[in-house]
Design a protein around this ligand. Structure first.
Ligand code: FAQ
Length: 310
């Protein structure tokens, strides 16, 4: 139609349509998406560890079955996201290698330890809650495969959030010791959950370009504020206290004022110096090595059945 490939791309973005794998796209758009989707996929995979730690210690058979299903969902999310990244021309092997060699990162939140059963509640309520606030807008991301993967992931995250909330509700309304355990868990997870949204807007390297390309739909601080506003009434119903003495409704802004997380801590944790970084990576490397025979068997099977007998 006389337009250059770049003009067509810009028109698709402007019209809120989807960019698809075979369409022309700027190199930086492709690279930026690979970076974000890969980090997201790695987060789901590494994110199985903190909760995996409690599967054998869940307090009842029912709780165990629910937690097992949740952790399996996370594996599934990781796989959809790797598949979405692969549509951009990078292989699964390269993605896994980038994680294992530390060239690509995963969410800071999964470098914190899960010390009590209540942490299963706090992860569901706060970590999945933050993930939903961040991810619902990605359902409208300009890149088709990522946007579509996000729809199903968000539905499952909503279930995860509710199951965490229900764990906390039960503990909060249980014995004094159980209530205390729930509160102590919230005290530890609140600020790391706020940090999940990334650095403040002024320090966010990728936001402006990602928002112009409609990969991100809202800034880090906008989403963090939305999350705080959402949590306040939920904490009231739980009968638990958000550990921020500065937290209060600001009539003028129509939002809650709150204390920011420690962004220097966020950067330290992202760079590898969090409480569990070394443990998480060592576990992932071990799992990858232990799984080598499965990959070899799958490859041998695929070579034998080249498609002609299927
Ligand atoms: N952790 O310029 P920006 C889940 C990095 S939910 C680590 O603002 P951007 C579900 C950032 O990559 C968790 N790194 O970056 C679940 C960049 O570094 P780079 C995963 C962080 O991309 C629940 C630099 O800082 N969700 O897994 C973090 O525009 C329970 C500068 O930052 C997603 O990944 C952080 N918290 O915005 C699973 C959602 N924050 O790459 C199991 C998709 C910032 O230049 C259990 N991702 N950085 O080296 C996003 O929406 C965005 O990538 C943000 C960061 C908002 C995370």
């Amino acid at each position: 139609d006389g337009r250059t490939a770049e003009e067509t791309f810009e028109a698709v973005i402007a019209a809120d349509q989807k960019v698809e794998p075979r369409d022309w796209m700027p190199d930086a758009y492709r690279k930026g998406l690979i970076r974000q989707i890969a980090q997201h996929a790695h987060s789901e995979i590494i994110g199985m560890q903190p909760e995996g730690n409690w599967i054998t210690r869940a307090p009842s058979l029912k709780r165990k079955a629910i937690l097992l299903a949740k952790v399996q969902d996370e594996a599934g999310h990781g796989l959809y996201l790797y598949a979405a990244a692969e549509t951009l021309g990078i292989s699964r092997d390269e993605l896994v290698d980038a994680l294992l060699t530390g060239r690509q990162k995963y969410s800071s939140i999964f470098n914190y330890p899960t010390l009590t059963w209540a942490d299963m509640g706090a992860i569901g309520w706060l970590v999945d809650g933050a993930a939903i606030v961040n991810q619902v807008p990605i359902c409208r991301c300009s890149y088709g495969p990522y946007a579509r993967a996000m729809i199903r992931i968000c539905k499952e995250e909503s279930f995860h959030q509710r199951q965490g909330y229900e764990i906390l509700y039960t503990l909060s309304n249980g014995t004094a010791a159980q209530h205390e355990m729930a509160q102590e868990s919230i005290n530890r997870w609140w600020y790391p959950s706020l940090a999940m949204f990334g650095p403040p807007d002024a320090d966010s390297t990728h936001s402006a370009q990602s928002m112009a390309w409609k990969i991100k739909r809202h800034s880090n601080d906008e989403l963090r504020q939305r999350f705080v506003d959402m949590c306040v009434p939920q904490a009231e119903v739980l009968g638990l206290t958000i550990p921020d003495p500065e937290l209060r409704w600001n009539e003028e802004r129509g939002h809650h004022d709150y204390t920011s997380p420690d962004f220097e801590e966020l950067m330290r944790v992202v760079k590898g110096d969090g409480p569990c970084n070394a443990e998480r990576m060592a576990h992932r490397r071990r799992a990858h090595t232990d799984g080598a025979w499965v990959r070899a068997a799958a490859e041998a099977y695929a070579a034998k059945h080249d498609g002609s007998d299927r």
